[in-house]
Write a new protein. Structure first.
Length: 181
């Protein structure tokens, strides 16, 4: 009898905890399967952290090469009532490439650059990662954001290899503002 009561109480606590769990987070992380096998720059993990001042997105790859011809695009959705992203940060993944934050139309960048505080950095070798930091002011201070990441690679020149995370033209969970990023 005591065991049944204890299980009922524990079940009620778990259900109450799950029902009260927030639908948003200040941190988002996902693993990505090895699904772009013909490219060394297959996306393996995406992490996003949103603080009071910045949105920080880190993308890890299977292997980054300084000689890579691949590129990455971080799509940012700030208005869930509109279809597609409002912003996209695009960067090459090879040595000497540059990055730019623009407004987006559909799932493409435009020539309308966003003039604000943002930066991107690549780590070849051990980390094999791309990291972008975007000021919240760049995004017009939205209450939540969602992200989607796309890698494009012309590995052998005959056909493009494309990898998306979480999936093709799909969004992360909404990311609320946290304490610091």
């Amino acid at each position: 009898m005591r065991t049944r009561i204890a299980l009922t109480v524990i079940s009620a606590i778990v259900v109450t905890g799950l029902a009260g769990a927030p639908a948003h987070a200040e941190y988002y992380s996902t693993s990505d399967p090895a699904d772009a096998r013909t490219s060394l720059t297959d996306i393996r993990e995406v992490r996003a952290k949103r603080g009071e001042a910045n949105l920080v997105v880190r993308v890890r790859f299977q292997e980054l090469m300084r000689s890579s011809r691949a590129a990455v695009s971080v799509f940012i959705d700030t208005d869930r009532t509109r279809t597609g992203p409002e912003y996209v940060l695009t960067s090459g993944l090879g040595d000497g490439t540059d990055y730019v934050l623009t407004e987006a139309e559909g799932w493409r960048g435009t020539d309308r650059r966003v003039d604000c505080d943002y930066e991107a950095r690549l780590w070849w070798g051990v980390k094999d990662a791309f990291r972008a930091r975007i000021s919240r002011a760049c995004l017009d201070q939205p209450s939540t954001v969602r992200i989607s990441v796309k890698m494009g690679d012309q590995a052998d020149g005959s056909h493009p290899v494309v990898d998306w995370s979480p999936e093709r033209r799909r969004w992360s969970l909404p990311i609320d503002s946290g304490l610091s990023a």
